[in-house]
Design a protein around this ligand. Structure first.
Ligand code: SF4
Length: 479
């Protein structure tokens, strides 16, 4: 299989190497292969009032903590009779910290589908916010949780809760409390981390932030995107740089255990000095985790026209990205996944579950789930989802369910796990799935190792850090 390179040896599709893997952007895995790695699937929004297509848990290049993708599964049934083991991620880079001992439990994702306005580059499912819509969503969420707890999630133990969107920071503290009560009462939840995605804006934030913290949120994921007024305007964000900075400072003061900030690179008109100033401002805010993404060009979205008129210089964007990465590392934020940096012990436990191929349950319109050898997604329509849940519970809200073989599960686990700097323990993965991963994928693995695109360290395989920018080209060799 060919391997696209530019004249510096980098992948021709450099920007594809960052951000979430193909599946997070709606690339369906069909049968034994992913059908595409470079073109997003068609939107499946069925709600004329909705703004965009489905997405999995967490946004990609929108805001909040990015998730690696919805369409994965955990082959837990093959472990029946054995103690479910976590993935300690020991390897060349050490461990991911003591909190990773919680690995092995499932994650609970709740999709809040409302936004104040639609950002022109966003392809996630969201609808305009209204108080009545929000009440209806909460009511349907309760029904979905009730049936999911008895069916899909029966036997699962959870330790992370992640409320993503949409713009979950439109929720009042009382609503956040109600969501936590719902999750705690319906599911076996021993909370290690409770993330709420939040956008700056809506004026003074101190009281709201304090309220969310008191409601039990431990980790705030702020979709700042930039600390430059011009870039924020171009992205159609509804706040300025000063407001974004003030929001992050207030979040720090509110006492969240972890503060995560999303930044976007590759915006038209961006200059190296713009990125430099934004990174400097960010580091001054002392975040615990940073997600650094390239703006994704999605056909048929309003922003595609902007990118057509003002194309981004990919080489300049990559250089900015590399400089930003180096600055984050120098500030003590270690890269632990292609697009994610954290202080030791502050890696997002919930998102690690996606990369480690652990189970998660998604509730809400467009949310996706992965339990054992099965993964599915809910309809990407608020009305359609609420109607289906009311009629037949969580099972009726599913739009598609995919059953996987152990071989395909191993393939997916490799593709997701290799996004982590510490890679995948293929011996442990093989034990979980009941197959010899090195043998089943011998041809692909040996070729990649021979080309220096994968390295083996004991039982682990990982992508060398200097090749992470071309990770999608590397991962495409495994699908
Ligand atoms: S605020 Fe809403 S529209 Fe904008 S990126 Fe986030 S989810 Fe998309």
């Amino acid at each position: 299989m060919g391997f696209p390179r530019d004249d510096q040896g980098r992948g021709a599709k450099l920007l594809d190497g960052l951000g979430p893997p193909a599946t997070a952007r709606g690339f369906p895995f069909l049968g034994d292969r992913a059908v595409a790695l470079s073109h997003p699937a068609s939107p499946v929004d069925q709600d004329p009032g909705g703004w965009a297509a489905r997405h999995g848990p967490g946004p990609v290049s929108g805001h909040g903590s990015p998730a690696p993708g919805p369409r994965v599964l955990r082959p837990g049934h093959l472990l029946r009779g054995r103690r479910l083991r976590g993935t300690p991620l020991r390897g060349p880079g050490g461990t991911l910290g003591s909190r990773s001992r919680a690995a092995g439990r499932a994650g609970l994702y709740i999709h809040f589908p409302f936004c104040e306005a639609k950002c022109p580059y966003c392809h996630f499912y969201s609808v305009p916010w209204s108080a009545a819509g929000c009440r209806a969503w909460l009511e349907a969420l309760g029904k979905e949780a009730e049936t999911a707890a008895a069916e899909e999630a029966a036997g699962l133990r959870f330790d992370t809760l992640y409320v993503g969107g949409g713009t979950p920071s439109l929720l009042e503290a009382d609503d956040v409390s109600a969501i936590l009560d719902l999750a705690s009462s319906r599911f076996r939840l021993e909370m290690a981390e409770f993330t709420l995605e939040a956008n700056p804006g809506r004026g003074a934030a101190e009281e709201r932030l304090k309220g969310w913290r008191e409601a039990g949120v431990t980790r705030l994921s702020v979709g700042a995107q930039s600390f430059d007024d011009g870039i924020l305007r171009r992205l159609g964000r509804m706040y300025g740089a000063a407001e974004a900075v003030a929001f992050c400072r207030s979040a720090r003061a509110a006492g969240f255990e972890s503060l995560s900030v999303d930044l976007m690179i590759g915006v038209p008109g961006e200059m190296p000095e713009t990125v430099g100033r934004t990174i400097e401002t960010l580091i001054g805010l002392e975040p615990d985790q940073v997600s650094l993404y390239f703006l994704e060009n999605v056909e048929d979205l309003p922003f595609a026209k902007v990118l057509e008129k003002r194309p981004v210089d990919e080489d300049a964007a990559v250089e900015s990205y590399e400089r930003a990465s180096a600055a984050l590392e120098a500030a003590g934020l270690r890269r632990y996944e292609i697009s994610n940096f954290a202080r030791p012990g502050q890696e997002c436990l919930h998102n690690l579950k996606y990369w480690r191929y652990e189970p998660y349950l998604g509730l809400g319109p467009s949310a996706c789930s992965h339990v054992e050898l099965r993964r599915w997604c809910n309809v990407a329509s608020l009305d359609g989802w609420a109607e289906a849940v009311g009629r037949g519970g969580s099972a009726a809200a599913r739009e598609e369910t995919i059953e996987l073989t152990a071989k395909l599960a191993a393939r997916e686990a490799l593709v997701f796990g290799l996004r982590l700097v510490q890679g995948v323990n293929v011996v442990e993965l093989g034990e979980r799935l009941g197959i010899d991963v090195r043998r089943v994928f011998a041809r692909e693995i040996e070729a990649l190792v021979a080309e220096g695109l994968l390295v083996g360290a004991g039982p682990r395989l990982c992508i060398p850090e200097d090749k992470l920018l071309i990770s999608n080209a590397i991962l495409s060799r495994l699908v």
